[in-house]
Design a protein. Sequence first.
Length: 94
Amino acid sequence: MDLYIRESGSLKDKRQVMRMLLDRTRSRFKVAVAEVGESDDIKRGGIAVACVGNSEYQVRELLLQVERAIVSWCPAEITGLRRGVERFEGEGAG
């Protein structure tokens, strides 16, 4: 998820917004989440989320819930979004 943080005037402002989004996401959904991308740009940031599940449907639903929550919490504009699901099948996969 690519973000544009309009009100950010410094890296400190941006990091405060990013930290809030990362902490809330981890706490509520128990997923792996990290800041990615434009680390030195005071207005732009990115969030990556990863999870595992028993089915592709379960993973997609969880990621959709995460996306909706971040959008509702976000004091920033969402400028880009990419989704992907990897499937591993059979015994000994992974």
